[in-house]
Design a protein. Structure first.
Length: 185
């Protein structure tokens, strides 16, 4: 695929993500079943393949998981996905995740992320706020290999720990900074 075609596709996907993110809807039973299945599968894979995620999951109070985020951009970009808040094996609520960006960017990709909430205050903030903007509210540590090497059950002091997983596509860099998470009513 030529660069021009990739750029056109990225702009189209970016517009679709922005349009989708600006609409709210009541999830149907089929949609919630799909989100449930994808979330359980993503969490199982993450905790089986990542020792730090496994250790944090064992100590966490709840987890906010977005098994599939689609990101696209050409100068202006967006990312959108749907997920759920889980406490143990129970689903507490359904959420969407939206990120807007601008800068030198072109391409499209998909990825997932999970935010392990470590205390009651962090979970309450997610469930009671009218949209949680990551970077505002509870302290979130994005766990990469460097951070993961230094994590132990005695060093878990922050409100939340985020893991990005299953990155695929043609866009450099993934961040959850500037992401707004909103409960689907």
């Amino acid at each position: 695929m030529t660069f021009l075609r990739q750029a056109i596709l990225a702009v189209f996907l970016s517009g679709a993500a922005l349009t989708t993110a600006c609409t709210t809807y009541e999830p149907t039973a089929a949609t919630t079943q799909n989100i449930d299945a994808m979330s359980v599968s993503a969490l199982d894979s993450l905790t089986q393949n990542n020792a730090a995620a496994r250790a944090i999951a064992a100590k966490s109070r709840a987890v906010l998981v977005f098994p599939s985020i689609v990101k696209a951009g050409l100068v202006f970009g967006g990312a959108y996905g749907e997920g759920e808040l889980r406490r143990g094996s129970n689903v507490v609520g359904y959420y969407n995740s939206f990120t807007g960006s601008w800068g030198l960017q072109a391409g499209a990709q998909s990825y997932g992320y999970a935010v392990f909430l470590m205390n009651e205050a962090a979970e309450d903030y997610v469930t009671t706020s009218d949209g949680w903007e990551i970077g505002v509210g509870p302290t979130v540590v994005v766990v990469d290999q460097g951070v993961a090497e230094n994590i132990s059950s005695s060093t878990l002091q922050d409100d939340a720990y985020a893991f990005i997983f299953d990155q695929k596509g043609l866009m450099a860099g993934v961040s959850i900074e500037g992401t707004k998470i909103t409960k689907v009513k």
